[in-house]
Design a protein around this ligand. Structure first.
Ligand SMILES: *[C@@H]1O[C@H](CO)[C@@H](O)[C@H](O)[C@H]1NC(C)=O
Ligand SMILES: *[C@@H]1O[C@H](CO)[C@@H](O)[C@H](O)[C@H]1NC(C)=O
Ligand SMILES: *[C@@H]1O[C@H](CO)[C@@H](O)[C@H](O)[C@H]1NC(C)=O
Ligand SMILES: *[C@@H]1O[C@H](CO)[C@@H](O)[C@H](O)[C@H]1NC(C)=O
Length: 322
């Protein structure tokens, strides 16, 4: 199952980021509680439509045929219902303020079978959790902050359940949850929006579109060397005026590695669990995190987790894999 999980995270990683993103951009100077709720609703529409599409496509028998026990589809149905509730909740909160709530676009998801649908659902819930955590600091109303925290906890529990109970992987690895900035989140989420399909009346988002980074191999391991590049026409390590780095987001830590002239870099070997990474043009650290201005690529997303049964209390040496 771990290989399965890695394969689909790889599928996301390979297409991460976006060129010509379907986004109208508002400046970050004007972020209000309502614009944060509109951003959250934009993501909840993507999550909600994801479950509707997969559960319409795959019935109980399809889940059984794919080797999942009968309760997995039932729980995923419940998660889908929760996402529909989040859409309704945010829509009501936005409309209560007198604004029009952002409407759903058309979406296209890269899953190809029940297994990749389930794995993608873990990834979607993880990105949702990171999104709420990374935008909570923009909220000024305690009521809104409380509501965002409440949804955040639910999405984190859903991500943990899918990853461990359904996929037999890690429910968590790090001591802190990873927050992600809106532009980084949107670089992943916007891949699922059919270009040009969003209603023209939708409000602008305060996100910056980034080109996708291409990583080879797509599903690397910590401590290994990768090649990472931006599309043609964007800076590379050979023609950038400043050194380029990869920033790795893990919990409240930000790790980095410099990209060599030949485009290679080595992933820090202490990374575990879900890791997001981007090409940046300033050496990042937890006290000097990348911003929209120093970030050059959309996020890639890896799962360096271990199986759910990998840490047994009778292990004297906790084996990373067993
Ligand atoms: C902020 O909002 C004001 C008023 O709506 C607008 O004129 C201005 O262009 C906005 N600034 C940015 C950076 O979006
Ligand atoms: C909401 O949408 C309606 C219909 O498009 C429009 O007439 C109205 O001005 C909008 N309200 C706001 C606050 O933007
Ligand atoms: C910089 O070099 C990369 C290859 O590393 C190339 O793809 C890109 O087009 C170059 N960028 C510019 C602005 O010339
Ligand atoms: C690229 O450069 C790095 C650092 O100088 C070196 O370790 C690596 O072997 C090189 N890889 C290739 C494929 O040339």
């Amino acid at each position: 199952m771990l290989t399965l999980a890695s394969a689909v995270v790889g599928l996301l990683a390979a297409t991460s980021g976006v060129s010509g993103a379907p986004v109208k951009r508002a400046g970050t100077q004007n972020i209000t509680d309502i614009s944060v709720l509109q951003y959250a609703l934009t993501l909840e529409h993507i999550e909600n439509a994801f479950y509707v599409s997969g559960l319409t496509k795959y019935d109980d028998q399809a889940f059984l045929d794919a080797g999942f026990p009968a309760w997995v589809r039932g729980r995923i149905q419940q998660i889908g219902d929760h996402e529909a509730d989040h859409v309704a909740f945010l829509t009501t909160a936005i409309e209560a303020s007198g604004a029009n709530a952002t409407q759903a676009c058309s979406y296209s998801y890269p899953y190809t079978d029940v297994a990749s649908f389930v794995t993608m659902s873990a990834s979607i819930e993880n990105v949702g959790t990171a999104a709420y955590l990374g935008s909570a600091h923009y909220l000024t109303s305690k009521t809104n902050l409380n509501a965002a925290g409440s949804i955040l906890a639910t999405e984190a529990r859903q991500a943990a359940w899918i990853a461990s109970a359904a996929l037999k992987g890690s429910p968590w690895e790090t001591d802190f949850q990873t927050p992600l900035d809106p532009s980084g989140v949107y670089s992943i989420a916007s891949q699922f929006i059919v270009p040009g399909s969003c209603p023209a009346t939708n409000p602008p988002l305060f996100v910056k579109p980034f080109p996708a980074a291409t990583v080879t191999p797509a599903t690397p391991t910590p401590g290994s060397q990768i090649t990472i590049s931006l599309p043609t026409g964007y800076p590379g390590p050979s023609n950038s005026t400043v050194p380029l780095y990869v920033a790795y987001y893990s919990g409240l830590n930000i790790y980095s590695s410099e990209i060599a002239e030949n485009g290679t870099t080595t992933i820090p070997d202490e990374l575990v669990g879900i890791v997001f990474a981007a090409v940046v043009k300033e050496k990042p650290s937890p006290t000097n995190p990348p911003t929209d201005d120093t970030t050059l690529s959309g996020l890639v997303n890896w799962d360096f987790g271990v199986p759910s049964n990998a840490r047994q209390i009778f292990d004297t040496n906790i084996a990373p894999y067993n």
